[in-house]
Design a protein around this ligand. Sequence first.
Ligand SMILES: *Cc1c(COP(=O)(O)O)cnc(C)c1O
Ligand SMILES: [Zn+2]
Length: 418
Amino acid sequence: MTQSDSSVPQLGNATGLSCRECGWTTPLGPYYACAECFGPLEVSYKFPRITREEIESGPYSIWRYAPLLPVPADIASRRTTQPGYTKLIDADGLAGKLGMRQLWIKDDSGNPTHSFKDRVVAVALAAATEMNFKVLACPSTGNLANAVAAAAARAGIRSVVMVPSNLEGQKILTTAVYGGTFVTVDGNYDDVNRLASELAGEHDDWAFVNVNVRPYYAEGSKTLGFEIAEQLGWRLPEQIVVPIASGAQLVKIDKGFQELVELGLVEDKPWKVFGAQATGCSPVSEAFANGWDAVRPVKPSTIAKSLAIGNPADGPYVLDVVRRTGGVVADVSDEEVVDSMRLLASAQGVFGETAGGVTLGVLRKLIASGQLDPDKETVIINSGDGLKTLDAVAPAVRVPEAIKPSVEAFQAAGYEGE
Ligand SMILES: *Cc1c(COP(=O)(O)O)cnc(C)c1O
Ligand SMILES: [Zn+2]
């Protein structure tokens, strides 16, 4: 290493990066691929002793777990969107409909830009700032664009976000409103991702949150695991169903659970991790069903656009986690996605986006197939807000004709009998 110590960023208790494939290590810095084998790098730490009480007295955001993240120690006082600490809903209405004993919904639509992406972006931004990046950038399937544009606006820096041009209108508008450089690209997400990788190579002061600072970005998803355990009263659930796009969220929730066990913050017990995809983009589900270790890329075609990554970077690691814990990866059709979005709304009063429909759809499918135990305590993730994917449900939802403001008209329309 030719770097002097002063150029190594100070990111809390993070100590370096190591290769997930071969174990090669390097000091902290803007690196994401192993110099030996090109494998993905992951943050390593030397955790201090930390108590439940210390965490509980922290801010009501992901920064209550700052000592377990690659962020500077004073992060809570910096200009961030303060994501996290979203509701864990006791979904008794939905559980009743599904014949389940205990179901919880971790509702990440409650984040600042209404999806779980605010978590990962906040961590990426904190690390990128310490590494002297000047611009926050990303290729996105939509929610990441919202989160990056908002986080950069909050921090007062430039953003460059790139999305496929066929994205939901709601996600385009809710990105553009924050200002920043906004690029819509003729192509699918995998095309946009390739373009981003090329641009990252040419602009060394641009932090593409999910490309060149990906090791830091991905760590943000651990906070979903931390929060679920804390909100359950410092316990782990027995089963959890997680939507898969790149797969990082699923892998890191499991890592979060493992770290809580290692730190003695929760009791060790077995948990099963289940993965959810839409059939129109189900490369990980296909690999799981066929017993493959590698994931074969597909061309996505589904209404679940936030999950439409045909070549998921963390696919093989998802397979590892799911197989190790005894879970399953499954997929559901677009019709089942819409049906589950409506069930989530009508049975529980939660309007999730298509990804929430995918996750609930897979839960229902796995109960029906006997692969998920309805008597075990289960958590599902609702990772985004239904208001951002209105077009997906619009054809299936009855919108009433207007009536005259009279009792006769009300009765004539048949509303009294409903
Ligand atoms: C990005 C995203 C996911 C999955 O994220 P990965 O970590 O890439 O698997 C899930 N749900 C929603 C709504 C998303 O935007
Ligand atoms: Zn390696």
